[in-house]
Ligand binder design. Sequence first.
Ligand code: UDP
Ligand code: MG
Length: 316
Amino acid sequence: MEKLYIVIPCYNEEEVLEKTRVELKKKMDILIQTKKIDKHSKVIFINDGSKDKTWELIQKFYEEDKLFGGINLSRNRGHQNALLAGLLTVKEDADIVISMDADLQDDIDAIDEMIEKRRNGADIVYGVRNSRKKDSFFKRTTAQGFYRVMRMLGVDVIYNHADYRLTSRRVLDSLVDYKEVNLFLRGIFPLIGFKSDIVYYERGERIAGESKYPLGKMLNFAWDGITSFSVKPIRLVLNVGILILILSFLMIFYSIIQKMLGNTVDGWTFIVCSLWLLGGIQMLSLGIIGEYIGKIYREAKARPRYLVTDYLVSKN
Ligand code: UDP
Ligand code: MG
């Protein structure tokens, strides 16, 4: 039996926490009684610099029931960082960790299946929502568009998977080696690798309070995801540069013909030729510089080049 820790980042969640606690208590009790998880399993709330009574509530939960625990961050650092803090803080104590949101939008009944898949050998189990019926039209289309763009840019993301996932301890040990500051966790886990599986669930509505991800934050997050994982936009600049340079030769050819045909006013040919040539050269140079910046970006991330899962060797 493995020891499960559930980590839950919370930002101004006083309205939902009580209900979340009751539901998770029920769930954990059943899991412990049916011997699916170790009896020392825990639910850990991470207070991400809330301005309301969230931390007081977490402290109260901890006082009343040792199933619950808390981590308090010094200030608001955003969902991804709060999640990372949770994962890395509990990893020494847990065998497996499940991350989820405080608002119970992630169906907690999927936990059973996640543990089942873990038993079958998965190191990462991704929770994937099988529909977005309960999301607004706007959220649905923007979110799905985002996953498509990410794929187009060559980033390995699991379609419709957010941050509801089970990870084993060795995955979290590997996560430590990803030191990037611009955190986009759902892009990192597929990079880490190991055997993974998927559990589908129905995404519910937020039980109370309102979304802590307004449009601005959402766009920021998406932009972070793209720019932290793909250098394709830089490639695009280089390609456009090459294209313009080719076009400029055509333009030069065209304007010389026009001049020879006498269709031009004085100076026109010179201006048009220099305009296109310079534009092309500038764009190309930007692209070349961009290529180097892309390399620096990869080096600066210092991501691990490989992770070993098994090493078989006989010592005689
Ligand atoms: N959250 C956080 N820090 C923030 C914003 C959000 O820890 O700065 C938490 C929040 O409390 C919740 C989770 O991240 O547990 C997801 O937020 P929310 O449910 O508001 O996002 P949505 O489901 O609307 O995308
Ligand atoms: Mg939510």
